[in-house]
Design a protein around this ligand. Sequence first.
Ligand code: 5GP
Ligand code: ZN
Length: 112
Amino acid sequence: MTDCIFCKIIAGEIPSSKIYEDELIYVFNDINPKADVHLLIIPKQHIAQLDQLQQQHQSLIAHMILKLPQLAAAQGLDSGFRTIINTGPGGGQEVYHLHIHLLGGNNLPGFQ
Ligand code: 5GP
Ligand code: ZN
């Protein structure tokens, strides 16, 4: 996806503050953090949104979810964290490359 900003971040064409990377996923700081810790976890494969996941993505999405506690712990979020996946215009999704928001620490917002 040449016009996808998150694909460009993965490719290094747009700078990002990288937290973690492996063969399947890329993790970086949100440019407009809504809490003291605000990470985005994205698959390296371009998948636009949650409701486009298929059976073949089962191990990928499991990998993303299973990484969350480890990423939260590395950020010092000992008392817990919040995860959000916005899906489609009705869910307030702005970037159409699947991502999990991981938020925690002070200034954690309530749901709007
Ligand atoms: P969405 O509303 O799609 O769930 O969230 C998209 C998120 O991506 C927003 O929190 C926004 O701040 C973040 N974002 C958008 N463009 C960039 C960017 O170029 N770099 C980074 N690091 N985050 C971005
Ligand atoms: Zn993409």
